[in-house]
Design a protein around this ligand. Structure first.
Ligand SMILES: C[S@@+](CC[C@H](N)C(=O)[O-])C[C@H]1O[C@@H](n2cnc3c(N)ncnc32)[C@H](O)[C@@H]1O
Length: 234
């Protein structure tokens, strides 16, 4: 089976032989690939919704992997028995939903040795929440597919070493490794923020002043990082 570049980028962070949970599995593409390629022995895959879970069930039966892939319907990590998985993938969900799923899991989340997270937006706030709540960003990747750049975060229990909030939000490991797609991600955010700032300047609402200042500061910091990245290339 051929997987998208986005899902392949997630797999690089799964150690061979791990027990894996896939939360929000949808069509169970990732679990099927992991078992077929001998990367995972056993997988528990869950989805909140009945439709995606039925699609997953169809795929698992078709591939004859029902002994190795257990499917359960439920919200986030509630589908897991204590200690059932050491690696947990949460991919293709919004950053705020991923944060909520980990938060709701409480102590069960701390039994996971590695979370591999691929948020669709809101990655900055997700990283900030992780590093404020006992998780360290161990590694990260960016992958470009269909004009979209996807972010993949490997979070493990521990204390993040970077204290700079902007670097923490953009991806401390991405910055350290001078990831070749990082400038592009930051430039897209800077341009997006500029558009919001233009709209705000035309608005007469008083409380936009504080938001304006916060966004201006964020853009200044991002522009400085882009400059650092480009001078490192020279
Ligand atoms: C866009 S699909 C992503 C599928 C797959 N993980 C991937 O990356 O290709 C998102 C899936 O997450 C499920 N989902 C959303 N919120 C969830 C939650 N709180 N717990 C479990 N599954 C959830 C949705 O039903 C949907 O099937």
């Amino acid at each position: 089976m051929k997987l998208s570049a986005r899902l392949i980028s997630i797999i690089q962070f799964i150690p061979r032989g791990s027990t894996v949970a896939d939360i929000g599995t949808d069509h169970a593409l990732l679990p099927v690939y992991l078992v077929e390629e001998g990367i995972a022995q056993r997988i528990v895959a869950g989805d909140l919704n009945m439709g995606p879970l039925q699609a997953a069930r169809k795929k698992v039966i078709e591939t004859g992997l029902n002994e190795r892939i257990t499917l359960r319907q439920g919200n986030g990590l509630e589908i897991l028995e204590p200690g059932e998985a050491e690696v947990c993938v949460i991919a293709g969900l919004g950053g705020p939903t991923i944060r909520q799923v980990i938060k709701d899991a409480g102590p069960k989340a701390m039994q996971i040795k590695r979370f591999i997270l691929q948020p669709m937006g809101g990655s900055g706030q997700l990283r900030e929440w992780l590093t404020d709540n006992g998780w360290r960003i161990a590694d990260e990747d960016l992958v470009s597919e269909d004009d979209h750049i996807y972010e993949v975060i490997l979070a493990v229990p521990g204390q993040e070493s970077t204290s700079d909030r902007t670097l923490n939000s953009i991806g401390p490991r991405l910055f350290e490794k001078r990831h070749p797609l990082l400038s592009e991600v930051l430039t897209r955010e800077i341009n997006h923020n500029r558009k919001i700032l233009d709209d705000m300047r035309q608005s007469s609402v008083v409380d936009t002043a504080v938001k304006c200042q916060t966004l201006q500061e964020r853009n200044k910091n991002l522009e400085w990082i882009v400059e650092c990245l480009s001078s490192a290339k020279r």
